[in-house]
Design a protein around this ligand. Structure first.
Ligand SMILES: [Fe+2]
Ligand SMILES: [Fe+2]
Length: 475
């Protein structure tokens, strides 16, 4: 049954990939028709054979990108990520093809690499840039030659510029880059690579006046990529529901509708989430994970409790415990559902998928010891611990593992009456050991060294959280 489902899923994924490639190729074809046949007024029958061969080249390029994405073992492959990469390549292609009419020196050729560096990683950004440049090069070269002209003298140096600047940008810019640094690197690296074009202009044209004619377009080349990238980033974030650090920071704004609802309806859970966020951010920094992502994931990890706020201890203020009138099975069911319900609420509020996944995973398949023990106390029958476990799934990323540990540590340490160092250290160590025993980290690549670092980080962070204060005497 599972195999049939798997085959059907694979078919759907393959179909989605083919659709993405087809849409992008048709879009790029339309851009060429508008630019060369409508704006340049070239005869359609003069370009048709070029277009047909370009369709084959573009389809091949996108297929290679897809193949590389699946096998590079880099960014986790999903249809959404592939769609995003194809969108970025196509939009850069379209902008460059139109701006080339004004001047080839005005093309924002490093736009694709800037966007891919923020949304994916170095390898994908490098590869995406190479393919985008290749598609531009083949298009401009074939259309020039088919019109009976020679290959433009600026074409090859421009592509060398795009690959050089793009490669340096893919190494220097990443998702952790702050907005100002992003602008600074974009401008600096494009400017630093500009001599490649100036030297070519001087060597091939032997003329300073020609150089002076093209130089006014250089600001568009230098700033264009950065400006377009800044404009397109929020659109891509919303359209593909993906994270950049800018969006993650926005998600942590306490005025976000879901966080406002959590603070109002479940203030205990909200405060617990803030503490987990502080711990998770510190742990993420200690093991070189994305701190913005860890903080945002912690803020939303317990939003599922909004469905039944009063059934969670932290939201009960001087009132009867509603679990007192329920059987342990029913109580356990209410509690464990909050993980999957949280993922549903995240989807409802269009919180990025990666955060919704962590919300579903943050308890893994751990047993709920309190209700398991309660069930054993009130019955003589054998009680199976499997009936008192969370439904999972277990964490699939290091950040999910961090949230799982910080969440349990915060709840347990808060319940302790004394917070001396040894006791806190033992509790955090036990929490990690228990989860290792229950195989909760089997699906993520967290190492024992990471876990030891996380333990030490949490213990020292608790020192700051439960520090001693002198009692102020009454006046
Ligand atoms: Fe939870
Ligand atoms: Fe929690």
């Amino acid at each position: 049954m599972n195999e049939i489902k798997q085959i059907e899923n694979n078919k759907k994924t393959n179909l989605a990939n083919i659709m993405i490639i087809a849409v992008c190729v048709i879009f790029m074809l339309a851009i060429m028709v508008i630019r060369f046949n409508i704006i340049d007024k070239r005869a359609f029958d003069e370009t048709i054979f070029i277009y047909l061969s370009l369709v084959a080249v573009f389809s091949l390029c996108f297929t290679v990108v897809l193949f590389a994405l699946k096998h590079l073992n880099t960014v986790r492959y999903t249809v959404k990520v592939f769609g995003l990469i194809c969108f970025v390549i196509s939009i850069t292609y379209a902008i460059c093809i139109f701006i080339e009419k004004l001047s080839p020196y005005a093309m924002p050729v490093t736009l694709a690499v800037l966007l891919l560096s923020v949304f994916t990683d170095t390898k994908v950004a490098f590869l995406g840039n190479v393919f985008c440049v290749l598609m531009l090069y083949i298009t401009l070269m074939s259309l020039a030659i088919s019109g009976g002209q020679q290959m433009p003298y600026w074409l090859l140096p421009m592509m060398v510029f795009a690959i050089t600047a793009g490669t340096i940008l893919s190494i220097t810019v990443n998702r952790d880059t702050r907005r100002l640094t992003f602008i600074f690197f974009g401008i600096l690296i494009n400017t630093a690579c500009l001599p490649l074009l100036i030297i070519n202009e001087l060597i091939t044209q032997f003329s300073f006046s020609e150089l002076i004619n093209v130089l006014p377009y250089a600001p568009s080349l230098i700033f264009g990529s950065v400006l377009f990238a800044l404009m397109l980033q929020p659109i891509i974030e919303v359209a593909f529901n993906v994270n950049s650090n800018f969006r993650l920071m926005e998600l942590c704004d306490h005025h976000r509708p879901l966080l406002l609802r959590l603070a109002k309806s479940a203030p205990g859970t909200f405060n617990h989430s803030l503490t987990v966020a502080n711990l998770a951010e510190t742990c993420a920094r200690a093991i070189n994970e994305n701190t913005y992502f860890a903080r945002a994931a912690a803020y939303y990890h317990d939003v599922g409790k909004l469905k039944n706020t009063r059934y969670f201890k932290e939201n009960q203020f001087n009132e009867a415990n509603p679990h007192d009138g329920l059987t342990p099975e029913v109580s356990c069911d209410i509690i464990r559902k909050h993980a999957s319900q949280g993922a549903d609420i995240c989807k409802e509020y269009r919180i990025p998928q990666e955060i919704a996944v962590i919300t579903a995973e943050h308890h893994g398949t751990m047993p709920i010891a309190y209700f398991y023990n309660k069930a054993k106390e009130i019955t003589d029958r054998e009680v199976d611990i499997k009936d008192y476990r969370y439904f999972g799934p277990i964490p699939t990323s290091k950040v999910a593992a961090i949230i799982m540990i910080c969440d349990a540590a915060e709840a347990t340490v808060r319940a302790m009456k004394e917070h001396d160092y040894e006791k806190v250290e033992k509790i955090v160590k036990d929490i990690i050991d228990q989860r290792l025993r229950y195989g909760q980290f089997d699906n993520c690549d967290i190492t024992l060294k990471d876990l030891a670092t996380i333990k030490d980080t949490i213990v020292s962070a608790f020192g700051g959280l439960y520090h001693e204060r002198i009692q102020y005497p009454e006046v």
